[in-house]
Write a protein that binds this ligand. Structure first.
Ligand SMILES: [Zn+2]
Ligand SMILES: [Zn+2]
Ligand SMILES: [Zn+2]
Length: 98
């Protein structure tokens, strides 16, 4: 039983943004944009992004997030991964004929 309590305690520290690495402010990255790996939260244009892939995608205005199945091409949201790939390679999207 004691082992369980200890492991729960460790889990709380690892998953939470507390004890040791929680004493930091996000004010700077909130304003200028950035990603906090400790908290797994990023900011783009003052908006919170809770996924590193989405953060990179929104920062670069083009990219794909496998976890959210969401993409962006030149700042426009898309649900077609092929369009994101084609935006990077310069070729036409094979997945859709839009
Ligand atoms: Zn943080
Ligand atoms: Zn995402
Ligand atoms: Zn497409």
């Amino acid at each position: 039983m004691r082992k369980l309590i200890v492991s729960l305690f460790v889990l709380a520290i690892v998953s939470g943004c507390s004890q040791g690495m929680g004493n930091h402010s996000h004010d700077q990255i909130k304003n200028s944009g950035g990603y906090c790996k400790d908290c797994s939260v990023g900011y783009v244009d003052g908006k919170e992004v809770k996924c590193s892939s989405c953060y990179e995608m929104k920062k670069d205005k083009t990219g794909w997030c496998e976890g959210c199945k969401a993409g962006m091409v030149n700042g426009k949201k898309t649900s077609c991964k092929g369009c994101v790939d084609s935006a990077k390679s310069g070729e036409k999207c094979k997945s859709c004929k839009g």
